[in-house]
Design a protein around this ligand. Structure first.
Ligand SMILES: Nc1ncnc2c1ncn2[C@@H]1O[C@H](COP(=O)(O)OP(=O)(O)OP(=O)(O)O)[C@@H](O)[C@H]1O
Ligand SMILES: [Mg+2]
Length: 252
């Protein structure tokens, strides 16, 4: 039975999508079957594998509207053992539509429960908001992984986010376990980054550190995560180390 990990942080631009894409790809390199769920109307995860979100008849919007259609929205990518449930820009309309539904927080769970046995891991890339849609991810997930940029402006909201998740756990999903924080876009030359990293480490379980590098954006331009574009780069190794720690924590 697959394990579901949601990658979330209320702060925008902290590396959620990059982490989801690279851990997903790195898990396939470890022989795992993976489903990536794009739960953000920006569709960045779908696009980071080179796909145009406008080209799909079915997407996460179809699934949140009718969870039984989940099988129709998932497709296999060109990367071996990696499938995607794509997003659509129409996802921005879904949150308000869900409000009137009694099962508004369980829609994604109803869908993913059907496909959970088909994958070793399901990773959900959340949008930078604690919306009804993001709560759907927290309800279905077994684990949460939180990327945090090593900048004061990003760090400011981390404690608030972590305590919100604790409340969410108690109310909506007591089984949700935290895998910890991944420090992202780390610049080891900058005092600000060093100080923020030390603070993250003091207050959280630090799962790993990803350095800031142009290898990430140049891989995105090629339509693939950097762990697949150039496996020998430092950043590819960093993503793979974190992935192995996740496997260790999840599979014991
Ligand atoms: N290690 C890194 N080095 C350099 N650039 C990075 C790194 N990680 C991510 N980026 C870049 O930073 C930007 C934001 O990353 P990403 O899209 O993963 O963040 P996000 O948290 O998903 O954003 P959003 O909240 O908008 O969904 C992207 O342009 C991405 O290519
Ligand atoms: Mg994103």
């Amino acid at each position: 039975m697959g394990k579901i990990i949601c990658i979330a942080n209320q702060k925008g631009g902290v590396g959620k999508t990059t982490l989801t894409a690279n851990i997903g790809a790195a898990l396939t390199l470890e022989g795992k079957t993976v489903l990536l769920v794009d739960l953000d109307a920006q569709c960045s995860l779908t696009m980071s594998f080179g796909y145009d979100p406008n080209n799909f008849d079915n997407s996460i919007v179809t699934v949140l509207d009718n969870p039984s259609k989940v099988g129709q929205a998932i497709f296999e990518t060109d990367v071996e053992n990696l499938s995607i449930l794509p997003a659509s820009t129409m996802l921005i309309t879904v949150d308000s539509n869900l409000i009137s539904k009694r099962d508004r927080y369980e829609r994604l769970k109803k869908a993913l429960d059907k496909v959970k046995p088909l994958f070793d891991y399901i990773l959900i890339d959340c949008s930078p908001a604690l919306s009804t849609i993001t709560i759907n991810a927290l309800v279905v997930a077994d684990y949460i992984l939180t990327p945090a940029e090593t900048k004061i402006a990003s760090h400011f909201s981390l404690d608030a986010f972590v305590s919100t998740i604790e409340t969410m756990k108690a109310v909506r999903n007591p089984n949700l376990q935290s895998l910890g924080v991944v420090a992202t876009m780390y610049n080891c030359q900058a005092n600000e980054d060093k100080e923020v990293l030390a603070s993250i480490q003091t207050n959280n379980v630090l799962l790993g550190v990803i350095k800031r590098t142009t290898a990430v954006s140049s891989a995105v331009k090629k339509g693939l995560p950097c762990v697949l574009v150039n496996r020998r780069t430092v950043v590819a190794q960093e993503f793979r180390t974190i992935t192995n720690k996740i496997i260790e924590k999840v599979e014991g």
